[in-house]
Design a protein around this ligand. Structure first.
Ligand code: FAD
Ligand code: UDP
Length: 395
C-alpha cells in the first residue's frame, strides 16, 4: 500500500481531511468510497434530459458563519448569492417557513406587530413557561405555542423522524429560527450560497492533487482489496467516516438511522411550484417536501420546456439502506456511549463526519470538524511525534 493515511468516505469530512493532509502535511492519502462517485451526500449531477443540476441525496444548501470554513471552501469554488427560502403548505394554504411574523399573521388572520405577536405566542406557550424542555415536543410548544406547533411541526416531524417528538432531542427543532419580523430566510448564517459550477465540480477540485488517490466502488468491509479494515487498521492511521455501529459490527446493538427515498419526476412545464422547497406538514400527505431544482440556480439558462421535482419520503433505515440522519433517541444515546468507549480503544483510527460520530452535522460543521481533526490529531501525529495511540470520536 502506497499511502500514509487512509480515509474511508469521500464526503465533505473525508475530502477535507484528505485535502489538508496532502496539501498542508505533504502526505500520500488514499480515499476509499463504496459509492461510484465522490462527495458523499453533497454529490449532484445534471438530470439527463433537462440538464438541470439535481442533488442526488436531497437538496443541499451551503451556509456558515465560521470564517475559517468560509475561507477554506472559497479556495475550491465561488458561491452564488442564492438565499434559501422555504414555504409550507398546510390545509390547502401556503405559509412562509420558518415561523415568522408573516406565518403568524396569516395563520391567526391578524395584523400583529412584533410585540403583540410575541405576547400571543407566550400566552399560547404558557403551559411550558419557565421550564427547560429536553425533548422536541415540549421545546416546539415552548417556542411557538401549541396551535402553530400542531400545524407546522408535529406531523412534519412525525413523518420525517417516525419517532414520537417526545423521544427526539430538543436540539433538532432549535435548528429552525423563529422570527418576529417578516424575514423568512431559512438560515441565520452570515454566509450562504450555492457552488457556482455545482457541488461535484467543487468536491472534485478538493481531491485533485497528485498525492490523493481515490478508489471508488470500494467498501472498507470487503476484504478483497488492500484498503479494507482487515488490511489497513494497525498499518497506517485511518480516518473513518462510515457508520459508527457498522465499524464495530453492531457489537453494542444497532443505532437508529433515518434514510430518505427521493422520487424524481420531470414535468413538461417551466415551473411547478414557484420556489425551490415546499414543505408538506399535514399528516395526510405521505411525503415531507418537494424540491424543484431549477430554483436553486435562477442565474442559469435552464430550459423552459421542463422542470425537475423530487418528492422526499422519510423512513427508518434498515441494514442495506443508506443511513442519513442519526435519530438519537435516549436508547441510542446509551448505545452511543458504549460505542464511544470502543472507539477510544481502537488503535490509530479516528472517527469523523455525520456517520462516524452519529451527529446531525451540516456541511460547514463537517468541514470545521475535519479541519480541527487535522490540526489536533493528524498534524501532531506526523509532524510533532505526538502519535495517534487510540482513536475516539471527539472531533
Ligand atoms: P457523507 O456525505 O455521508 O459521506 C460519507 C461517505 O462515506 C459516503 O460517500 C459513503 O458512501 C462513504 N462510506 C460509508 N460507509 C463506507 C464503507 N463501508 N466503505 C467505503 N465508504 C463508505 N448540510 C448542509 O450544510 N446543508 C444542507 O442543506 C444539507 N442537506 C442535507 C440533506 C440530506 C438529505 C442529508 C442526508 C444531509 C444534508 N446535509 C446538509 C448534511 C451534509 O450532507 C453532511 O454534513 C455532509 O455531507 C457531511 O459529510 P460527511 O463526510 O460526514 O458524510
Ligand atoms: N421541521 C418541521 N416543519 C418544517 C420544517 C422543519 O417540523 O416545516 C422540523 C423537523 O423536525 C426537522 C427540524 O425541524 O427535522 C429541522 O428542520 P431542517 O429543515 O433543518 O431539517 P433538515 O431536513 O435540513 O435536516
Amino acid at each position: 500500500m502506497n499511502a500514509d493515511l487512509v480515509v474511508v468516505g469521500s464526503g465533505l469530512f473525508g475530502l477535507t481531511v484528505a485535502e489538508r493532509a496532502a496539501n498542508e502535511l505533504g502526505l500520500k492519502v488514499a480515499i476509499i468510497d463504496r459509492r461510484h462517485h465522490i462527495g458523499g451526500n453533497a454529490y449532484s449531477e445534471k438530470e439527463e434530459r433537462t440538464g438541470i443540476e439535481v442533488h442526488r441525496y436531497g437538496a443541499h444548501l451551503f451556509h456558515t458563519s465560521n470564517e475559517r470554513v468560509w475561507d477554506y471552501v472559497n479556495r475550491f469554488t465561488d458561491f452564488t448569492n442564492y438565499v434559501h427560502k422555504v414555504y409550507t403548505r398546510h390545509n390547502g394554504e401556503v405559509f412562509p417557513m420558518p415561523i415568522n411574523l408573516g406565518t403568524i399573521n396569516q395563520f391567526f388572520r391578524s395584523a400583529h406587530g412584533p410585540a403583540e405577536a410575541k405576547a400571543l405566542i407566550q400566552e399560547q406557550a404558557g403551559e411550558l413557561a419557565g421550564t427547560d424542555p429536553q425533548n422536541l415536543n415540549d421545546k416546539g410548544i415552548q417556542l411557538i405555542g401549541r396551535p402553530l406547533y400542531e400545524a407546522f411541526i408535529k406531523h412534519y416531524t412525525a413523518k420525517q423522524w417516525q419517532t414520537s417528538p417526545e423521544e427526539l432531542p430538543a436540539s433538532i427543532i432549535t435548528r429552525l429560527p423563529v422570527r418576529y419580523t417578516y424575514d423568512n430566510r431559512y438560515f441565520n448564517d452570515k454566509y450562504e450560497g450555492l457552488p457556482v459550477d455545482g457541488y461535484t465540480a467543487w468536491l472534485e477540485r478538493m481531491a485533485e492533487q497528485p498525492n490523493i488517490e481515490v478508489h471508488l466502488n470500494t467498501d472498507f468491509f470487503d476484504d478483497s482489496h488492500e484498503y479494507s479494515k482487515a488490511n489497513v487498521v494497525g498499518q497506517v492511521p485511518v480516518v473513518y467516516t462510515g457508520a459508527l455501529d457498522r465499524y464495530f459490527d453492531y457489537a453494542e446493538g444497532d443505532l437508529s438511522w433515518r434514510t430518505i427515498d427521493l422520487e424524481e419526476e420531470v414535468l413538461e412545464m417551466e415551473d411547478f411550484q414557484g420556489c425551490s422547497v415546499m414543505n408538506y406538514p399535514d399528516a395526510d400527505v405521505p411525503f415531507t417536501r418537494i424540491h424543484e431544482f431549477r430554483h436553486f440556480h435562477p442565474e442559469r439558462d435552464y430550459t423552459k420546456d421542463a422542470t425537475v421535482i423530487m418528492r422526499e419520503f422519510s423512513r427508518f433505515a434498515n441494514k442495506g439502506d443508506e443511513p442519513y440522519y442519526p435519530v438519537n433517541t435516549s436508547v441510542d444515546r446509551e448505545k452511543l456511549l458504549k460505542y464511544r468507549d470502543l472507539a477510544a480503544g481502537e488503535s490509530s483510527v479516528l472517527f469523523g463526519g455525520r456517520l462516524g460520530t452519529y451527529k446531525y452535522l451540516d456541511m460547514h460543521m463537517a468541514i470545521g470538524a475535519a479541519l480541527s481533526m487535522v490540526d489536533n490529531k493528524i498534524a501532531p501525529h506526523f509532524t510533532g511525534g505526538n502519535k495517534i495511540q487510540s482513536g475516539g470520536i471527539d472531533a
